[in-house]
Design a protein around this ligand. Sequence first.
Ligand SMILES: [Zn+2]
Length: 391
Amino acid sequence: MAWQEIIGQERVKNILQRAIAERRIAHAYCFWGAEGIGKDALALEFAKTLNCDNLQEREGRTEACGECKSCLQASHLQHPNIQFIFSLPAGKSTSSEEKGTSPLLRLTDDQIQLIQEQLRRKSENPYHNITIPNAAQIRIASIREVKKQIAMSSPQGGRRFVIISEADAMNQEAANAFLKTLEEPNAEVTIILTSSRKEQILSTILSRCQQIRCDALFDEDIARALHERESVPMEEARLIARLADGSYSKACELMGEDLRQLRVDIVNLLRIILTPRFVLKFTHELSNISGNSRAASGDKDRSKLERMLILLLVWIRDAYTLSVSDYEGSVINIDQVEDLKKFVAKFGTSGNLDAVALAIERTIHHVRRNVSVSLALTTLALDIRRILRQE
Ligand SMILES: [Zn+2]
């Protein structure tokens, strides 16, 4: 990783670069913003740069060399100066919260192996979301470990960092203990909190941090990164980027999904919506795609539905594009351009298509806000019929 490999975030990079150039490093930062946009990546690169033994100037930026011992340790998340904290499972014994017990000592071998595997993936791709079963909280044992490390003297030159990933996951006990740590800053240590739910962090903690907002990524940047790093064909990369909501982590997760099939499904759905006597078939088809309606209230099915709706929205916007111009360059579903053209010829005045797009956006909003999924979709189907068939 180097600064230029961090996707987007130019404004934040500039703030951190200025801090490096002026050697004015705060005691504590909070990098906040949506999930998967590179907050951990920024924190890790910042820490790596301030520990590199052979700093370099490149295109006006101070870069870690990437090759010295310190850089290699940092890249493998094994740097003695850089502590990376995240949610861990509770562990087995009831005496687990005893003082001085390392949080890792309480875990089973399998759990530790899983954690090491997750860390390896994080070191290869700082956009990787660490996922460990039953690890919803950052517990006091982890914060005690932080305190212990801070109290010790630096094992090697450079600046020490404690990065607390998704710091909002600190439970109350951990947060209170952490607040005390923040209140007694150590001049040699910088603490970086990252969070996609800043509002869940104690305000007394936040007020002691320099807060730096990180922005959602542009679709174009996500698509290019998918193409260059994961060899995703550009066409597909653009489609995934549309679905990823500005989050590169989400885009990486979507790579594994069969979007092609999902797109075929939604075009079928649209066809059914527009046939006479559609209601029975529509309900049947919906339950095929999204699981039964009871399951569809679960978060996982809800997000699958949301993805379908976004795909449908992209498809309708493509149709809109073709209804106002012959230019196919900005069509996302370029492999379906013939279907799109037929659709436009039959149904699409641009006004109609715009109205349908609005109706879909409204439905996505409802699905996100936990409105009954079947109600939202039935309403949408009726809207689409009314608009396109003028019923
Ligand atoms: Zn280096």
